[in-house]
Design a protein around this ligand. Structure first.
Ligand SMILES: [Zn+2]
Length: 318
């Protein structure tokens, strides 16, 4: 197994800010990744105009809605939406501790992918905090099914995703992305894949006051005659669609509160299935153990991970 990380907790070396449009509200929003202490985890700080701050820990138990995107928090005034592409970048780069200051109700959609967030974080770089990172190691399969969809975690000597989609639309059809997740594979194979949608759905969403910020600048849009409307075409020939679904899965599973060691497989999944699979895993303590690396090397093997007694360590229940 290659876990391309040092096994030590990280944070960003200094603050970095991104601004853009919120895909749901259409409003201008900005976020700043600020350095954070050991064991902070990923915390969103929604800044209100009256100076108050709503803090939301990026963990499964704080997920309030997954209908159109993943929302943290349970009331519109005290939540942050569309966190999945940010979370995917944070997880894939191995950024453990960060305070994400949010001016607005949602993340900027940028180009509809995770690439701008990767670029921003890499621009300032990560620093090690010198304290071991904890992982969630899957020890037995956990599976959920809903209609014709299913998702499952399986024990695996590494961190792996196998994501498959099956659309009636002939342009998409059946597609699968599978691979071991490292910062490098995420950057080259998934990070640039954009959100996609069908023109008929976009029109319906606009009519109901949703997706007001969505445009060809941040979405791949498929016409009624099954062609890509965007003049630039696809970023990954044919299968940008499943790559984006894999990106979303990485971001949704980042809400475990710690990186996982195992394989996540899904068939015709989405935000809701990802969230429910994660809840099923975390609610079954016999299906995982908390481990940390016993080796201080850039590349660590499975044998280098040891189970730790960490009664106080349950970020997912925060
Ligand atoms: Zn997405």
């Amino acid at each position: 197994m290659v876990i391309g990380m040092l096994g030590f907790q990280t944070t960003v070396s200094r603050p970095v800010t991104l601004s853009g449009t919120g895909v749901h509200s259409g409003a201008e929003v900005s976020i700043t990744f600020n350095p954070a202490e050991v064991d902070t985890g990923v915390v969103f700080q929604r800044m209100h105009e009256n100076g108050s701050v709503t803090e939301l820990r990026a963990v499964s138990s704080q997920v309030g809605n997954t209908d159109l995107c993943t929302v943290l928090g349970f009331s519109p005034a005290h939540s942050v939406a569309t966190i999945e592409h940010v979370m995917a970048a944070v997880y894939a780069l191995g950024l453990d501790n960060v305070l994400i200051e949010v001016h607005g109700a949602e993340m900027p959609i940028m180009d509809g992918s995770s690439a701008p967030f990767i670029d921003a974080i890499e621009q300032v770089g990560l620093v090690s905090l010198g304290v071991k990172r904890r992982y969630i190691r899957i020890t037995k399969p956990v599976r959920i099914e809903h209609g014709g969809s299913w998702s499952e975690f399986r024990p695996y000597d590494g961190t792996r995703f196998e994501v498959e989609i099956d659309f009636e639309c002939p342009l998409i059809g059946r597609q699968k992305w599978e691979g071991d997740l490292t910062a490098q594979t995420f950057k080259t194979e998934l990070s640039r894949a954009r959100t996609f949608g069908f023109m008929r759905d976009v029109e319906r969403l606009w009519a109901s006051g949703h997706a007001l910020g969505s445009s060809l600048e941040n979405s791949v849009v498929i016409s009624d005659d099954n062609t890509v409307i965007n003049v630039e075409g696809l970023r990954y020939a044919k299968d940008e669609f499943v790559r984006h679904k894999a990106l979303d899965a990485v971001g949704d599973l980042a809400l475990a509160g710690a990186p996982f060691i195992g394989c996540y497989r899904s068939y015709r999944g989405g935000h809701k299935m990802n969230a429910n699979a994660l809840k099923a895993l975390l609610s079954d303590p016999s299906a995982y153990e908390v481990v940390e690396t016993s080796a201080a090397r850039p590349r660590v093997a499975a044998r280098d991970f040891i189970a730790v007694s960490a009664p106080g360590f349950a970020p997912w229940s925060a």
